[in-house]
Design a protein around this ligand. Structure first.
Ligand code: ZN
Length: 62
């Protein structure tokens, strides 16, 4: 598993130190589950997780 971090605010997964979605630096290495959203307009998962930008997201971030 690569050392990816998940944003605590929007759950976006990133390898950088800043969240590419909400620009938060509040990232956690303790996350599980991956959801990849390609089209946030038609994706039911995106609606459920309140995701509006296509990206890779973690299901659980702690
Ligand atoms: Zn974020």
């Amino acid at each position: 598993m690569p050392r990816e971090l998940a944003c605590k605010k929007c759950k976006a997964i990133t390898v950088g130190k800043v969240c590419p979605i909400c620009n938060s630096t509040d990232l956690s290495s303790d996350w599980s589950g991956i959801v990849i959203v390609f089209d946030s307009k038609t994706s039911l998962i995106a609606k459920t997780l309140e995701i509006s930008i296509p990206h890779k997201y973690a299901l659980k971030v702690s």
